[in-house]
Design a protein around this ligand. Structure first.
Ligand SMILES: [Zn+2]
Ligand SMILES: [Zn+2]
Length: 416
């Protein structure tokens, strides 16, 4: 449930406003601190479409009322989320990759960075006191299938970065992440050998994965259909923004039942075993549009999020009881899924490129943030500060970098 506030000279800038999933509840940061001084909030920047970065905006925006700045695809996704809540007058200012904008006391530059969804942006945030690089969620992917490849130059050319606020999700994982483009081979091998219907499940927001699957469908003579509401909405938004090419040309899911089995490829959401999802209903054979049979194939092009193992196991069992084979991304030889977050090698690379004075690890459990800080130290970043929700990080000014612990009361709210 990412929510960052950058403060300077009596003004505040918010970056992202997301949710987290706690058991069956949806939680978000209590914005009370910034709500009580919302006249000082000059804007809200959204880095990318993932729910842990945008999900709370429809819940909280009326309490903040600041203009939102983001790029086109993210704006399209946000527009729909607001409309679904009956919010029609939210000011969303659409910026372009590479833009520099002055928002109150902050000069912002939108830098393209690669991640597991399209159009993710890191931010260079500058005031007269100093500069921060806020990485957003990222990885180094030079062949991301969709969108702008990672450019080392973009980050090497940044000068005078006082602090980097950096994704820690995979900081305990050695090596570097797999590129999205590498997945074609493993996915092709699974699908090309199938004689019956194929269902592939991936995360709805992974636009590059949809493109890869569309390419494979095309060369294996299968029609694709998108099953799952958010996947359909996100793919439509991505197509409208030019992110999916002509090979991505889905048919209606209710046509699938009339096609020969070997010409069917359904792309379904629900790889975490969520009750009611498209994949769950296919497992129970209660989906109105498609019934799978013995000999069909299900591919999970995803990793099981810790905590969901039981749900996924139950899903797999349901298919296997019906002699429907399941290939899991978690334990296949060729990679069927790529993480969107930097592993240790990539963290070392970014510290080497940006050469910040201070590293502030975020986005992870404390073990991940500590591991990220250790990498920063090993890479010669002079200072590292690891805090918790509600801490205030003093980055520049007369004082040396430090944390004011518990400067802000940081509670949680739950969506009703
Ligand atoms: Zn993300
Ligand atoms: Zn995230």
């Amino acid at each position: 449930m990412n929510l960052n506030l950058f403060g300077h000279d009596g003004q505040w800038l918010m970056v992202d406003c997301g949710v987290t999933f706690e058991d069956d509840k949806i939680a978000m940061a209590d914005p009370q601190f910034i709500e009580s001084r919302r006249d000082a909030l000059v804007g809200i920047i959204v880095t990318h479409i993932h729910q842990d970065h945008i999900g709370a905006l429809p819940d909280l925006w009326e309490r903040l009322k600041a203009p939102i700045y983001t790029t086109r695809f993210t704006a399209k996704v946000l527009d729909r989320a607001f409309a679904e809540r009956g919010l029609w007058d939210v000011p969303i200012i659409v910026v372009e990759t590479g833009d520099c904008l002055e928002i109150g006391a902050f000069d912002i530059t939108w830098l393209p960075i690669t991640h597991s969804t399209a159009e993710t942006h890191a931010l260079k945030i500058t005031t007269c006191a100093g500069s921060v690089l806020h990485t957003a969620d990222w990885k180094i992917d030079e062949t991301p299938v969709v969108g702008i490849p990672f450019e080392h130059k973009t980050f090497a050319e940044l000068e005078g970065i006082d602090a980097i606020v950096c994704d820690s999700t995979n900081a305990t994982t050695p090596g570097v992440s797999v590129s999205e483009a590498v997945l074609y081979e493993g996915l092709y091998d699974c699908i090309a050998q199938a004689n019956g219907r194929v269902v592939v499940s991936c995360f709805a927001s992974n636009i590059a994965r949809l493109q890869t699957l569309a390419e494979i469908a095309s060369v294996t003579d299968r029609y694709i259909a998108i099953m799952g509401r958010s996947m359909r909405q996100l793919s439509e938004a991505a197509k409208a923004c030019g992110y999916l090419n002509d090979r991505f040309n889905p048919t209606d899911p209710d046509h699938l039942g009339y096609l020969p089995r070997e010409e069917v490829m359904a792309i379904a959401s629900g790889n975490q075993g969520d009750v009611g999802s498209a994949l769950y209903r296919l497992a129970l054979d209660t989906h109105p549009d498609l019934n799978l049979e013995a000999g069909d194939l299900v591919v999970l092009s995803a990793k099981t999020i810790p905590g969901n193992e039981e749900k996924v196991d139950r899903l797999v069992e349901r298919f296997e009881q019906r002699d429907i084979r399941v290939i899991l991304g978690d334990n296949s030889n060729a990679p069927l899924h790529a993480t969107g977050h930097p592993q240790q090698g990539e963290l070392a690379d970014i510290y080497g490129l940006v050469k910040p004075q201070l590293a502030i690890p975020v986005h992870g459990e404390s073990v991940h943030m500590q591991a990220n800080a250790d990498i920063a130290r090993a890479c010669g970043v002079p200072d590292q500060l690891v805090g918790v929700n509600g801490d205030l990080f003093v980055i520049a000014g007369s004082q040396a970098p430090c944390i004011r612990t518990g400067a802000v009361e940081a509670g949680r709210l739950y969506r009703r």
